[in-house]
Design a binder for this molecule. Sequence first.
Ligand SMILES: C[S@@+](CC[C@H](N)C(=O)[O-])C[C@H]1O[C@@H](n2cnc3c(N)ncnc32)[C@H](O)[C@@H]1O
Length: 376
Amino acid sequence: MDTYNFEDNSFSFKRYPETTNRSLRAWSAADEYLIKKLFEDDPDTGNVHIGIYNDRFGFLSCLLKKFEPTVVTERKSQQRSVIQNLEANRIDLKLIKFMDPLECPVQNFDRVLLNIPKSMDLFELYLHQIHSNLTDNGTVLCGFMTKYFTPQMLNIAETYFENVEQSLALKKSRVLVLKGKKESVNRSLVHRLNYDFGRKTQSVVQQNYGVFSADHIDYATQFLIDNLQVKESENKVLDLACGNGVIAMAVQLQKPEAEIYLTDDSFLAIESAKLNIDGPGVHYFWNDRLDDIPKDSLDLVVTNPPFHFGFETNIEVTIRLFNEAADKLKKTGRFVCVANQHLNYKTHLEKIFKVSVLAQNDKFIVYECGFEGSGP
Ligand SMILES: C[S@@+](CC[C@H](N)C(=O)[O-])C[C@H]1O[C@@H](n2cnc3c(N)ncnc32)[C@H](O)[C@@H]1O
């Protein structure tokens, strides 16, 4: 738990998901700079409507509670984190309105505070939504750590705003100040990827900007799909961390009658999967945990699991997902997982499953896992 003093109040913050890495805090210098800039440029902020984007753990939402801000969350884990810290600081949840990044009501934001994400596609998707929700005199403050600067940030900002100014650096962070909305910006923020599932099945896989692997189906995923054979007895299948849902599509092509579950922490991923796979037996869950799925219910879990979280790499979440998947599998169930060769998942998987290698090449490895006394 870290504490932060602001306007004579002491706030405490905890990260969700928790991490054993003690050097990681629940806010950055860019968050502090955003707050400073908001009050510096406009000391008499008064009764403005504030939109907050990409507030990873709830620092901005808590400090700006008196404005009753609208908080846009893309990740379920982020929403949980913001709520956890609002509650820990005894802030009434009714003060905050949560919104998703595809929602289109006119919010009339006067000010927006945005933490620039790692994905420039996601930055653009956020600016696209902000552009249609900002008042004509509104200002957007975009914070980032200087080491993550890329000129694309400016190019994207200039697509949507006439005036784009960059602040001086403060504690290795900067703020872009965007003003003057350009006329309407009409762009489709959906990528269309051609993919050959084999057996003469060409498909177009669609995905919203900001979803994993924007210009091709990920090569590890392709390797997994090439080596995946759904068994006759496997009727309930989970695509864990589904992204655009391409693995679930491959399962459905092999077994159209299968009951297929898709989960992802990313709202945009789940909305993308809905564009690609459908049917009476298909169920989508926007969740960073598997608590929507009953224990001992699945025949097969297939996954290309996450290990990058924005600018951070973290295997703790990956291992938690392995354990949760094991809990949801039947005792006869199978867990199939692809990984880069350099990630040593075997050690972690062996603590849960009996593990064998289904396929490997110089870059990727597909593990096939089951429980003692059954499985592979
Ligand atoms: C390596 S990508 C794979 C995406 C997709 N299956 C594919 O192959 O293209 C990992 C995915 O994990 C998702 N993710 C991250 N944390 C998660 C969590 N706790 N639960 C479920 N999905 C998560 C990310 O949003 C991302 O879509």
